[in-house]
Every structure is written in C-alpha cells, then in structure tokens.
Design a protein around this ligand. Structure first.
Ligand code: 8YV
Length: 327
C-alpha cells in the first residue's frame, strides 16, 4: 500500500477539517493550539511533505531552507501570504497555495460593519453602557455621521474590495477606488465605481477609506505619514487587510490631533501586540483579526486546503497554486 503523505498543520483547525485531514494524510496537528516558534516550524518542515501554516507563522527563508527535500507544498490556511517567503519557496522548488474566494463575503461584511461602527460611534456607545456610565438618552449623545451619501474610497479593488463596494452601494454610499489595474468598464459600471488613477487624489477627497489590498513589498506602508496627512479631518479609515499597510505611529498621531476623524482596525502590525496608544483613543474600533471568522468560512478555508493538498498528492497542480509575480 502507498504510504500516506505527511501533512503538518500548525494551528487548530475546525474539527471537521482535522477529521478529513486525518483520514487522507499522515497528519500532525497542534493539539494545544499554541503558535509555533521558529524551531517548532523547522521541526515541522523537516518532517512533512506538506505544511499547512496560518497567518501566525513566520515561514521565512530560514525555515524554508531548513526544510527536508520532501517538503513540496505549503498549503496556506488563509488568502494572505505575506508571512511566507515566496521567493525562498520558489528557489527550493516548493509550491505555495492559499484559500481565495471563500472568505471574501465574510471579510467584506466585517469591513462594512467597521464602516458603520466607526461612523456611528458604536464602540464608544458599547463601552459606555458596559462601564455603567450611561445615565440616559439625550438628544445630543454620541452623535455620529450618517453613512448614506458618503464617499467611500477603496484601496485595492480585488475580490474583497468589490464585495465591499456592493455592500456599500446598498447603504447608499458613493464608491471610488484605486487599484493597480483599472477594472474593466462593465464591472466598473455594475459597481457604479469611480476609478482614481492617483491614490493621493482619491485619499484627499474621501470621507471614508477602506484598505483592501494584500501586503506585498510594493504595498507595504502604502498609507505612509505623507498620505495619512492628506486625509480629510473628519474622515474614517478602515483596515481589514494587514497592519503593515499603514504607518501605525503616524495614524495614532493624526487620530490624537483630530487630523483623522476615526479608525476601525481588524489587523495590526506585529499583532497580537496592539500599539498601547490606540487602546486609549475613543475614536478607534479595535478587533482581533476577525475578518474571516465565521464557522462557514473557516470550514470552507479548510476544505480548500484539503483540495489543494489532495490534488497536489494526486500529481496535479493545486487549484489555488500561487504564481510568483516578478516586481
Ligand atoms: C485569516 C486573513 O483568518 O486569509 C487571510 O489572509 O487575513 C484571515 O482572514 C488568516 O489569514 C488565517 O491564516
């Protein structure tokens, strides 16, 4: 009988996913779900034919170069792959796959929720009630801004950006976007989205900005201090992508000075560490990277990992194999 391929899974996945993996592969799971250290990752890539990492694993060149020659696939649980050194993987002949599509709607829902939370000051209201500080309704209490009629500027109009645009239209917002490549006109018309060639120009004209681009060397720090300064004083910034896209220190400074109205962040540079200055700001919503955290989404992400791994073992390219883009 053919030996089963070895798969090392770095974090606890939904039970149905682990059961399937256990049937199909010689699997090693992370029973207590503690994030792997570098040496644990190196042990995993030394043993496995396939590694299943998540956003909490730094699959850097050192880890990849320490892998046994048997490691041939990194089947990431998640769509973002900024935690994996793709060039080092390519150089070693290791394929990398991810889990696109299945988390698009959930992440767009969360971005829409954050737009409403930040605009309507829902976090402040929740904190007030929980702290026992609510003394009763008043006509001027916690007045926020109406989302209907507002300009939304989406940076990165891929799957999640477009799904957010659809939702925001339903809420009566006008949609603007900046993208590496302009969308085709049919999609642009369907979304009633206005394209901005100039990111700086769009930023200066928006009341709400949502960043929905992957973190790559060319997008890192895309919202730098210079760009953040261009935002309108009452504008709102939403990030459900990656912390490294924004200069967090400059953001804090602008929020403190009232140069940006509010921010709602689901992701942080160096998470789970969160800049303590953010914690003390009332005009900020902070969530623990919940973008794709639905039961349906996480099971579907697991199913994609299984499919990618299975196809690979059967001798085909994984359906979600990443092609390394040259700069
Ligand atoms: C996941 C995400 O929870 O898929 C992504 O890129 O940011 C999240 O929705 C996480 O990455 C799982 O590894």
């Amino acid at each position: 009988m053919k030996k089963k391929a070895r798969i090392a899974v770095t974090r606890k996945l939904p039970a149905t996913v682990e059961t399937q993996l256990g049937i199909l592969f010689d699997s090693k799971f992370n029973l207590d779900d503690t994030p792997f250290s570098e040496s644990q990752l190196i042990r995993a890539v030394n043993w496995a034919d396939i590694l299943v990492p998540t956003v909490t694993d730094k699959v850097n060149a050192k880890v990849i170069n320490a892998a046994s020659p048997n490691l041939k696939l990194i089947a990431n649980f998640g769509v973002g792959v900024n935690h994996i050194d793709l060039e080092a993987a390519e150089a070693k002949g290791i394929q990398v796959s991810n889990t696109p599509d299945v988390l698009t709607e959930d992440t767009a829902d969360l971005a829409m929720a954050l737009i409403i939370m930040a605009s309507r000051r829902l976090g402040e209201g929740e904190r007030m009630v929980r702290a026992g500080n609510w003394t009763g309704w008043t006509p001027t209490q916690l007045m926020g801004n109406r989302v209907s009629g507002r300009n939304l500027g989406i940076i990165g109009m891929g799957r999640i950006g477009q799904a957010l645009a659809k939702r925001a239209r339903g809420f009566g917002m006008s949609i603007h976007y900046h993208n590496r490549k302009r969308l085709n006109l049919k999609i642009e018309r369907e979304l009633k989205a206005k394209h901005w060639e100039s990111l700086d120009g769009m930023i200066a004209n928006m009341e709400i900005i949502s960043i929905n681009t992957p973190l790559t060397p060319s997008t890192a720090n895309i919202l730098n201090a210079e760009r953040l300064k261009r935002m309108q004083p009452s504008s709102v910034l939403i990030n459900t992508s990656r912390g490294g896209l924004i200069d967090e220190e400059a953001l804090v400074e602008n929020l403190m000075k009232g140069q940006i109205g509010a921010a709602a962040l689901d992701v942080f540079d160096g998470e789970p560490h969160v800049n303590p200055k953010l914690m003390h700001l009332e005009n900020v919503v902070l969530l623990p990277h919940l973008g794709s955290a639905t039961i349906e989404g996480r099971v579907a992400m697991g199913d994609k990992v299984i499919l990618n791994a299975k196809r690979f073992i059967d001798g085909y390219p994984p359906p979600d194999k990443l092609i390394l883009e040259l700069p």
